[in-house]
Design a protein around this ligand. Structure first.
Ligand SMILES: *Cc1c(COP(=O)(O)O)cnc(C)c1O
Length: 304
């Protein structure tokens, strides 16, 4: 269950949590074209801070632009509303969900004239793949479902409807006793998790999937910057599932999943079957950064 708070921002005003309702004929509810963000706010020694707020708002507007959804607010308006949403709910650490959707009006697939609505919700949400997962690693299954083809669904957008594909993969993985799914692209190379980007480490070289079939993750970007600043060797390059099987370390990144080590894939142990040194070093710097303990990355934080 989502942990209830006081207020949700809807189209410019705060409404009570229980009154944050939409009509059943809301267009997005039927056809899945809505764009959203997942953002986290963490406690720091100087109060709560939102991690990479500007980049998340930029991506929300980019997603809307790709799908020709005209957001009736400026990026500044949305940034301010996100900060306010954390403030009015008195949250210290939370997950924030801005959502842009096509509202009530025409019901055809060309919803000309329907309003474009925006909501911002925030609530306390712990580790998406579990505290134990963050500490000890999770077990992952390569999915029988393929990630969207770029000319079928454009991967630069963070779109509600794409999560049908993610849910199929996740349900399959859970049904088979795994924690999360790993999807391949249409050519058979590793793409990403159901809602996470993926990294492998082999012989000291870190690799992550290039931006073709995947979402341009902000956690992925943060990890890449950390790795480069640490003078680690990093490549954005496609790789196959067998290369992943023989990697020393594998981990997922995402706002919800943060940095979650993967200790097993398709019943094959990865490395020593526990988080490796590169993963742990990156995890440490990442968690210190979001908690305001790394000066070099203080520009990633927006204080409440
Ligand atoms: C949100 C998401 C990610 C992670 O992106 P972050 O910006 O790091 O939260 C990865 N893949 C998919 C499909 C996503 O929707």
């Amino acid at each position: 269950m989502v942990e209830k708070t006081e207020k949700i921002w809807m189209d410019g005003n705060f409404v009570d949590w229980d009154d944050a309702r939409v009509h059943v004929l809301t267009h997005t509810l039927h056809y899945g074209l809505g764009v959203f963000e997942g953002i986290r706010c963490y406690k720091t020694p100087k109060g709560s801070a939102i991690f990479r707020l500007k980049e998340h708002v930029r991506r929300l507007f980019d997603s809307a632009h790709i799908f020709q959804l005209d957001i009736p607010f400026s990026m500044d308006d949305i940034e301010r509303a996100i900060v306010d949403c954390v403030k009015v709910n008195g949250l210290q650490e939370c997950y924030i969900r801005p959502f842009v959707y096509i509202g009530y009006g025409a019901m055809g697939v060309y919803p000309k004239g329907n309003p474009i609505n925006v909501s911002i919700s925030a609530w306390a949400w712990g580790s998406y793949l579990g505290e134990d997962g963050i500490k000890n690693g999770i077990r992952v299954k390569t999915s029988s479902f393929i990630r969207n083809h770029v000319n079928s669904n454009m991967s630069r957008g963070k779109v509600s409807g794409y999560y049908v594909n993610s849910q199929l993969a996740k349900r399959e993985a859970i049904g088979l006793g795994f924690d999360e799914a790993l999807l391949l692209d249409t050519e058979g190379y590793i793409s990403e998790g159901a809602g996470e980007n993926v990294f492998i480490v082999r012989n000291g070289v870190i690799k992550t999937t290039p931006l073709t079939s995947i979402l341009d993750g902000i956690t992925r970007d943060s990890v890449m910057k950390i790795a480069l600043d640490e003078k680690m060797s990093l490549k954005e390059e496609r790789f196959t599932r067998d290369e992943l099987y023989i990697s020393n370390e594998v981990f997922f990144t995402g706002t919800a999943a943060e940095i979650t080590p993967i200790r097993e894939v398709d019943s094959r142990t990865i490395g020593a079957g526990k988080p490796g040194i590169v993963t742990k070093r990156i995890q440490e710097i990442f968690f210190d950064s979001v908690h305001g303990l790394v000066d070099k990355y203080s520009h990633w934080l927006t204080y409440i």
